[in-house]
Design a protein. Structure first.
Length: 235
């Protein structure tokens, strides 16, 4: 089996395991009737938001997941292929694993057709992990960009200085960790932290950090995330 096939098999396996464990972990919560129907949010991430790094059923998910579930019906996906993207019209991609060129074309077409995406693209992830370097289940140390941002008219640069830095997200002050800087044709914030793009009939908002999701409880970081999701989704 070639390395490419091994990687593709691993990504599919991780996606199946994640979706299965996620469904089991949140079935009881989502089975409860709700007076207000939550909109659907697709979630694709290489971060341990759904479970801990051991993929344990004992884990109820991260504070970020709990916050998202309070506002959305969260559906995890593992790839940006047509079948997965057809499940919703709003997507949160938080430091995702590298997607194939074919799936990136599908993602671009999905956005141009009216889809909305909030992409957390961290060029220098500081997220702690117990897994060894090189482990495919370790959070990606940098956003695996294979031309998507350039296709949308953006450039993402790594920070010159590492460490915490205050930024604005969703109208709130958040604490980013070694955030990158965006530049390009879209509407970019003065500090280069957020870029908001119109892509065909859809919207794409890119944030140059993902570490701000690693918080012990709900606060301005997660509130800013929800606010930005509402903005990109047109709510």
């Amino acid at each position: 089996m070639t390395v490419a096939r091994q990687r593709a098999y691993l990504l599919v396996l991780v996606g199946v395991i994640s979706a299965t464990l996620f469904a089991a972990a949140v079935f009881r919560r989502d089975a409860q009737p709700s007076r207000i129907e939550r909109p659907t949010l697709l979630l694709l991430t290489g971060l341990p938001l759904l479970f801990d790094e051991e993929f344990s059923l004992k884990s109820s998910g991260s504070p970020a997941l709990a916050t998202l579930q309070a506002h959305y019906r969260v559906i995890p996906i593992s790839v940006t292929d047509p079948r997965e993207l057809a499940k919703g019209r709003l997507l949160l991609m938080a430091q995702p694993m590298a997607q194939t060129a074919e799936n990136l074309v599908t993602l671009d077409e999905w956005v141009r057709g009216g889809g909305c995406i909030l992409l957390l693209a961290d060029p220098m992830l500081e997220w702690p992990s117990e897994r060894p370097l090189g482990d495919p289940l370790r959070p990606p140390p940098m956003f695996m960009d294979t031309g998507l941002l350039a296709h949308w008219g953006l450039r993402l640069d790594a920070p010159d200085v590492r460490g915490p830095a205050p930024r604005q997200l969703g109208g709130l002050k958040v604490l980013a960790i070694s955030p990158g800087r965006l530049d390009g044709k879209c509407t970019v914030s003065p500090d280069g932290f957020v870029a908001r793009c119109r892509v065909g009939k859809g919207r794409a908002t890119v944030v140059a950090d993902a570490d701000f999701l690693n918080v012990p409880e709900e606060g301005p970081e997660l509130e800013g995330l929800v606010s930005e999701l509402a903005r990109v989704g047109g709510r």
